[in-house]
Design a protein around this ligand. Structure first.
Ligand code: TLP
Length: 347
């Protein structure tokens, strides 16, 4: 049985085209900078993101960590949203491994933190305080419904950073989803940022890997940090080859995932016992809650769906996330829609 897996877009497996590219990849020792496929992926990434240089890393978590460590010294402070992935789900790496202090500001439901609140979080020059070094934002904002930060907002935060001599980092794990949803180029969207991390291994379907982009000097620093973290890979071209296919052929189709998320949301919003945190999903995620009148509990829903070959994540504080991706095609969407109707209309 082939599962329909809605737990995340991280579950995506490589496409047949990727597997073929991986099998045939030209490789070399990437720690020496001699893997032609990694070099090609890095050049392509930098070009697409409009930055001078790029670095291939094993994961989004390492990408954010290496970028933040390249920007900051021990004792420095970063300003970061309370619903950001780096703050919530990266095992506290920035403090555990970098000795970096976090000033946590409140993400609104649309993924933003008002720029004046970011500005107010910047420390004065005073021996009692840590030194503010970096502002981190996330686009799309995962825990805010996969919401999209606009170009105007990103520019506004970039302006605050510049005015105070700070750097700005974007966790752009799903930056291509954001760019597609806005109808802009990813380069335009991340232009105000000094660095950006994006993931090849989410909706773009590559099996492994993320990319950090920034200027040459910054990427050189990140290269050293990557080594320090144990992320210097050798013949990584076999992985990078899938990343090249991802960038060349998987970006435009992300709009299909967004479209399917909207269509599923339209069904769910009509069902008794379900409420949606965001009635129109901004990108590829749906966040739902079961009301008191729901015919089944969250745990029961996970079990009943598993019986039908559909994997969904257990509820977190009453909230459940469904994620669309390449392997959820029209047939799979129809099965999921039917399964919801059966459990909620005919229970
Ligand atoms: N997110 C995963 C889980 O860790 C929650 C998911 O299923 O969505 N930034 C953002 C915005 C992310 O959503 C993730 C992964 C990462 C970074 C980390 O990427 P990896 O898993 O490659 O370390």
């Amino acid at each position: 049985m082939r599962w329909i897996d809605l737990r995340s877009d991280t579950v995506t497996e490589p496409t047949p085209e990727m597997r073929e590219a991986m099998a045939n990849a030209e490789v070399g020792d990437d720690v020496y900078g001699e893997d032609p496929t990694v070099n090609h992926l890095q050049e392509l990434s930098a070009k697409m993101l409009g930055k001078e240089a790029a670095l291939f890393v094993p994961s989004g978590t390492m990408g954010n960590l290496a970028a933040i460590l390249a920007h900051c010294a021990r004792g420095d402070e970063i300003i970061i949203g309370d619903r950001s992935h780096t703050y919530l789900y990266e095992a506290g790496g920035v403090s555990a491994l970098g000795g970096i202090h976090t000033f946590v500001v409140e993400n609104r439901d649309d993924g933003t933190v008002p720029p004046d609140e970011i500005e107010a979080a910047i420390r004065a020059d005073n021996d009692h305080f840590p030194i503010t070094r970096l502002i981190c934002i996330e686009n799309t904002q995962n825990r805010c419904g996969g919401s999209v930060l606009s170009i105007d907002y990103t520019q506004e935060v970039g302006r605050v950073a510049k005015e105070h001599g700070l750097c700005m980092h974007i966790d752009g794990a799903r930056i291509f989803n954001a760019a597609i949803a806005l109808g802009v180029s990813p380069a335009e969207l991340v232009a105000p940022a000094d660095s950006v991390t994006f993931c090849l291994s989410k909706s773009l379907c590559a099996p492994v890997g993320s990319i950090i982009c920034g200027d040459e000097a910054f990427i050189q620093k990140a290269h050293r940090v990557r080594k320090m973290l144990g992320g210097g890979m050798r013949q990584a071209g076999v992985l990078a080859a899938a990343g090249v296919v991802a960038l060349e052929s998987m970006v435009d189709r992300l709009r299909e995932d967004h479209f399917r998320a909207c269509r599923l949301a339209e069904t769910l919003v009509e069902l008794p016992g379900i409420s949606l945190d965001y009635e129109t999903p901004a990108t590829n995620m749906i966040f739902l809650r079961l009301d008191a009148e729901a015919p089944i509990s969250g745990e029961e829903l996970v079990r009943r769906f598993a019986d039908k070959g559909i994997k969904i994540s257990a509820s977190r504080g009453g909230q459940m996330r469904l994620v669309m991706h390449y392997w959820v095609d029209e047939g799979a969407l129809a099965q999921v829609t039917e399964a919801f109707k059966e459990l909620f209309l005919h229970a």
